[in-house]
Design a protein around this ligand. Structure first.
Ligand SMILES: [Fe+2]
Length: 271
């Protein structure tokens, strides 16, 4: 165990596995929906991805295709029929994963304005705020990103920042994320990063965020079976080693569970 993590772990409650741990592993970020972004190209591949999710122990998934105006022109209303068809096919194939529709929203004015039209895909609710999975462009933190966060917060939406550990600015200096955490943003780290499958720098940055207790959830960001599979189990094992059973359950089950459960709240727009 690296010394920095030993220090972190020593401050945590080291205890037995929580009684309900690993019963409901929830993937908040994946690109299974067929034919609408750089994830699954067709229904057959999409179902194979979902089978792999189930085989890895994932019981519930929020499908988060790119919402990237000018590149992938998806909106909540355009995604609904694609989601309905995939859900029906998954049920027909008896794949035991509960499905929800969300999106991974690129930080662009045209995308954020979808919230004013009620057409922004959301992933759930956190402390009575609607949660949008937000991706920074170009692997950097753009000028004006904090203003965009304020724009969303004013509308009762809190961003969950997708995979900041793969962002070049955050890799250089994890403290670049602090203003966003202070502004209430949630943080989603990619399973492959924490498991070491995305290289040393992504792992080190993930650990730096874990040490600061900034991570809300770990998710697969799965795109395909070969290079970016829907695998959370190795990340969960890494989290157990790095921070203990409780934290591993918090990031793969408890926090995602709270967010997804909020979808049943009347404040959450109908999907
Ligand atoms: Fe993604």
């Amino acid at each position: 165990m690296p010394p920095n993590i030993a220090r972190f772990a020593s401050g945590r409650r080291r205890c037995e596995r929580p009684p309900d741990a690993y019963r409901n592993v929830i993937d908040l970020h994946c690109h299974h929906l067929p034919g609408i972004d750089d994830g699954a190209p067709d229904m057959e591949t999409a179902l194979a991805l979902l089978e792999a999710s189930a085989a890895d122990g994932i019981t519930e998934a929020v499908l988060t295709p790119h919402v990237y105006p000018g590149r992938w022109d998806n909106t909540l209303s355009s995604l609904r029929p694609v989601f309905a068809a995939f859900k029906q096919a998954a049920e027909a194939a008896a794949i035991p994963v509960t499905l929800h529709l969300g999106g991974e929203v690129h930080l662009l004015p045209e995308a954020l304005h979808l919230c004013d039209e009620g057409d922004l895909p959301l992933i759930g609710l956190w402390q009575d705020l609607r949660v949008v999975l937000l991706e920074f462009p170009d692997g950097q933190i753009p000028v004006g990103a904090l203003k965009a966060v304020a724009y969303l917060r004013q509308r009762g939406i809190v961003p969950m920042i997708a995979h900041p550990e793969r962002n070049k600015d955050v890799m250089r200096d994890p403290l670049r994320l602090k203003p966003f955490v202070d502004a209430g943003c949630l943080i989603q780290v990619t399973a492959a990063s924490i498991a070491g499958r995305f290289g040393r720098r992504a792992l080190q940055t993930s650990i730096a965020l874990l040490e600061r207790d900034w991570i809300t959830a770990v998710a697969t960001d799965a795109h395909n079976l070969k290079h970016r599979p829907p695998m959370l189990s190795d990340a969960r094992d890494a989290l157990v080693r790095l921070a203990g059973e409780i934290k591993a359950a918090d990031l793969t089950e408890i926090n995602p569970g709270i967010i997804v459960a909020g979808r049943n709240d009347p404040a959450f727009p109908a999907v």
